[in-house]
Design a protein around this ligand. Structure first.
Ligand SMILES: [Zn+2]
Ligand SMILES: [Zn+2]
Length: 138
């Protein structure tokens, strides 16, 4: 499947090929600091499956951690990040923009990660891992 979406100003267009490897809400303090959000809701992809179709981007590497974010030069929106595993993580805001403001069921988050570090409690039925998905649940 090919999915296309754009940043807020429309100058950067990205293509998502196939299906994500993981879908999660991450509550870790690294994502919070790096992306400037209380929790980072995103899909994770094999790097080759997330491609910039058009538009000028810049990247910024975290000063200490193995994380990079790539953003539109014009509006500053993060179009994807790169995590320590080299996967590209696409913010759900980018996806929702192309699908009438909602996330399609098959791309919706399936879990909460690093819930121990949360700023806010979440009321839903998804599994809440206190750390990574190989660790203990709430
Ligand atoms: Zn833009
Ligand atoms: Zn995180």
């Amino acid at each position: 499947m090919l999915f296309r979406t754009t940043c807020l100003c429309g100058k950067v267009s990205i293509e998502l090929h196939g299906e994500p490897s993981a879908r999660a809400n991450c509550h870790c303090s690294s994502c919070r600091d790096f992306y400037g959000v209380p929790l980072f809701s995103a899909t994770a992809w094999q790097a080759d499956n997330v491609r910039i179709d058009s538009g000028a981007t810049r990247s910024f590497k975290h000063p200490e951690k193995d994380m990079t974010k790539t953003f539109c030069e014009n509006c500053g929106e993060v179009v994807f990040g790169t995590n320590r595993l080299g996967m590209r993580v696409v913010p759900n805001a980018m996806v929702a923009r192309a699908t009438d403001g909602s996330i399609q069921e098959h791309w919706a988050p399936t879990m909460h990660l690093f819930y121990r570090q949360r700023l806010t409690d979440i009321q839903d039925n998804l599994p809440k891992y206190l750390e990574g998905w190989d660790g203990p649940l709430l």
